[in-house]
Design a protein around this ligand. Structure first.
Ligand SMILES: NC(=O)c1ccc[n+]([C@@H]2O[C@H](COP(=O)([O-])OP(=O)(O)OC[C@H]3O[C@@H](n4cnc5c(N)ncnc54)[C@H](OP(=O)(O)O)[C@@H]3O)[C@@H](O)[C@H]2O)c1
Length: 255
């Protein structure tokens, strides 16, 4: 049985991956979807081209991993693609976020880094030559972001981990792509706080276009998928400019 696995499938880019995967891969028997909101996953089932298997649960708790692991052992699927899209961000100064909730910052690390790593570790034994891993990093991974400090750091982890894993898995013919979008119009901002800064607002793009590019880049075995001219410029800028200079520019133009 050939399957894809998508975490964070109940909204935004994860949901969009589920909708587009059936167009990109015609031989998928099922897509396994993971998120907390079952009603959203059931709604997705009614519009997906490919049958879904729903795993309802919180990726910060053990239960959903147990169910996923048992089902992997039981069904022995050939996982053609793993999309790690579950994640969230909280914007604001580090000390202020800490005042809003003691666990907010560490929860960000748990879901964006630990859950993604754990899902990859559990799924990899079920992946064969030609399969793919797509990890949702962010343009926030390119350099430190005051006002989004922990989130940007978690996404740097995702980008760094994805690049290293890609090198390790190359001999096995498993291809890893890190997706690094700028602001995307999803429910992300209801959790993170309103999108601030006119440059960021100008850069806002739609999820279907970002996901379409990500799936194309994954097919082309690209290491990193960056959508849009502005984010491509940011990607190159972060490579050639000193981070101290970028931090100054962020202070003037973005916040
Ligand atoms: N939107 C942006 O501007 C942007 C830009 C760059 C990168 N990203 C990254 O892209 C990924 C997808 O974000 P999005 O924009 O599509 O946001 P979104 O619409 O808020 O989707 C986030 C998804 O993650 C799931 N999720 C969150 N916490 C979870 C938990 N504890 N357990 C299980 N599932 C959980 C949510 O499902 P439930 O709530 O149903 O559990 C939801 O399906 C994230 O990793 C985000 O950091 C977003």
């Amino acid at each position: 049985m050939k399957i894809a696995v998508v975490t964070g499938a109940s909204s935004g880019m994860g949901r969009e991956f589920v909708l587009q995967l059936g167009h990109f891969y015609h031989n998928l028997d099922e897509i396994w979807v993971i998120a907390r909101r079952r009603d959203r996953l059931e709604q997705l089932q009614s519009v997906s081209r490919v049958p879904l298997r729903i795993f309802e649960g919180d990726l910060m708790k053990k239960q959903v991993y147990r169910e996923y692991y048992r089902t992997l052992l039981d069904r022995k699927p050939d996982v053609r693609m793993l999309v790690n899209a579950a994640g969230f961000g909280k914007s604001g100064k580090f000390a202020d976020i800490a005042e809003q909730g003691k666990k907010l910052q560490t929860d960000m690390i748990d879901i964006n880094c630990r859950a993604l790593t754990r899902m990859t570790q559990m799924t990899l034994p079920h992946m064969e030559r030609g399969s793919r891993i797509v990890n949702l990093a962010s343009a926030a991974a390119f350099c430190p972001q005051p006002g989004f400090a922990v989130y940007a750091a978690t996404k740097s982890y995702v980008l760094s981990f994805s690049r290293a894993l890609r090198a390790e898995l190359k001999p096995r013919g498993i291809h890893v792509t890190a997706v690094c979008p700028g602001p995307v119009d999803t429910e992300f901002f209801t959790v993170s706080g309103e999108l601030k800064g006119s440059l960021k607002k100008l850069a806002l793009v739609q999820a279907p276009a970002v996901v379409h590019k990500a799936l194309k880049d994954s097919r082309k075995k690209r290491a990193v998928s960056v959508y849009g001219v502005q984010m491509k410029a940011a990607f190159i800028g972060a490579k050639i400019l000193p981070h101290s200079l970028i931090l100054k520019a962020e202070e003037i133009f973005i916040r």
